[in-house]
Design a protein around this ligand. Structure first.
Ligand code: SAM
Length: 441
């Protein structure tokens, strides 16, 4: 096993105490919460973030994620000390108080450092007249504790909470909400020898073959990254492709493929893969990921509402665009930005894409449908209506050998449903829905 890098995860300095990271965090929060942009886009637009040292970037991310995870709890914690409501502008004042409260109550930062840096930033943001207020409020927050009866419920938007209670029951909704409050681990899929790589990275090997790291740090500096021995992929995201069983020598059309975690799995399992995605930039990421892994697949930029292959494939994988409510552990912005009407719009898109995908499967072949949503409309309901429209498809028994330890995720009707609260003491996993369908005509 070649190891051309030697850094061990978790050996980096943990936090910065500088202003730059806090300033960037506030700017990112304004973009997410006031301009309603997704976190990844907000980070990309924040020039200061790009040029900061890695440790400052990590601290800024932690600060932003903590505010997004616990926004209602944080607002409640500092607003109790306001004599009157804050003016809507300046927007940065809100985010400043939120980041200050997050540092004091949830990141255990020293109060004097938090208050001093927050007052300095209030000064910078031309919020001079609020310097006194920032100072007074944060001092009171520092002397308080957040005592919330049900933080999972408080920090989950009502529409999501209700849908999860209806679908999974109150205990599971609570367990899901609790997983969203913590920083998730980093999961890795290895090309081969997961046991050896788990050992070399000082990581845990999960029963499904995923390597799990709880230490923070910069994966691109870890052993095996540059040599292309592994890629980052959530434990639950790695399961759907495994349900296909033995696929060596099969042709697979991987629809909505970028950034390519599942493409890598398919190629690694010996399939001949065509990867299709509408986004040129996301497909470029897929291509560079595959190049690093020394893997190859045919790539096509296309909108699959119009695109059709020359020949049908043995297997078609549709990892459809969705509300991504199963990924709030790593994307807490979803909690604050998504709403019910997004789910309705995405459900309609998924059914169009499913109809397109159905035409690409050879008779006798398989259609694997996947979403990272917890919403039933994007999972089981979507498949029931697909089967009503396509009488030449039926549910297929899938290969469960890799999921024996996850029996609660497998349902009697032959579908996979992982929840963020599966394996709660190991750090959970993303919420995925997957089903394998056979085309018999
Ligand atoms: C959930 S992500 C796919 C994740 C990917 N399969 C993986 O495992 O890394 C959904 C993808 O669908 C793509 N997409 C959305 N609408 C599309 C369309 N009409 N045609 C093709 N791709 C589309 C997006 O660009 C996005 O990359």
């Amino acid at each position: 096993m070649a190891q051309n890098q030697t850094k061990t995860p978790g050996t980096e300095t943990k936090q910065s105490t500088g202003l730059a990271a806090r300033r960037a965090a506030i700017e990112i929060l304004v973009t997410v919460l006031n301009r309603r942009q997704f976190l990844g886009d907000a980070i990309n637009q924040t020039k200061a973030f790009k040029y900061m040292p890695a440790n400052d970037r990590a601290f800024a991310r932690l600060l932003v994620s903590t505010v997004l995870r616990r926004l209602p709890e944080i607002d409640q914690a500092f607003q109790q000390f306001l004599d009157r409501p804050l003016p809507k502008n300046p927007k940065k004042l809100f985010q400043l108080l939120r980041t200050g409260t997050a540092q004091l109550l949830f990141l255990e930062m020293p109060p004097h450092a938090v208050v001093n840096t927050s007052v300095a930033l209030a000064n910078e943001f031309r919020s001079n007249k609020f310097k006194g207020l920032v100072n007074a409020v944060l001092r009171k927050v520092a002397a308080s504790k957040s005592e919330v009866e049900n933080p999972a419920k408080l920090n989950t938007p009502d529409w999501l909470w209700q849908s999860w209670v209806d679908q999974y029951g109150e205990d599971s909704a609570t367990a899901i909400g609790l997983q969203h409050l913590a920083n998730p681990p980093i999961d890795i899929s290895a090309k081969e020898d997961p046991e050896l790589w788990a050992q070399s990275l000082g990581a845990e090997l999960l029963p499904t073959g995923t390597i799990r790291l709880t230490a923070g740090g910069h994966p691109s500096e870890w052993a095996g990254f540059e040599g292309g021995h592994w890629w980052i992929q959530d434990a639950a995201a790695a399961i759907p492709v495994k349900l296909l069983g033995h696929i060596a020598g099969k042709t697979v059309i991987d629809l909505c493929a970028a950034p390519g975690g599942k493409t890598a799995q398919l190629v690694n399992a010996g399939a001949t893969v065509t990867a299709v995605d509408i986004s040129r930039s996301r497909l470029s990421r897929l291509e560079s990921n595959l190049a690093r892994l020394q893997m190859s697949a045919k790539t096509i930029v296309a909108d699959l509402r119009q695109w059709r292959p020359n020949d049908p494939a043995d297997i078609v994988l549709l990892d459809a665009p969705c509300s991504a409510t199963g990924t709030c552990r790593r994307h807490p912005d979803i909690l604050r930005l998504r709403n019910e009407s997004d789910v309705a719009k995405l459900t309609a898109i998924q059914s169009t894409l499913l109809d397109a995908a159905a035409e690409m499967v050879a008779p006798g072949g398989l259609l694997l449908y996947v979403t990272c949503s917890l919403q039933p409309q994007e999972g089981p309901d979507q498949i029931s209506s697909f089967l009503n429209r396509h009488l030449n498809y039926q549910r297929s028994q899938f290969d469960v050998s890799d999921c024996k330890t996850l029996e609660s995720a497998l349902s009697a009707d032959g579908s996979l449903r992982t929840l963020p609260c599966h394996w709660p003491n190991r750090g959970g996993m993303d919420g995925f829905f997957a089903v394998v369908l056979t085309r018999f005509l």
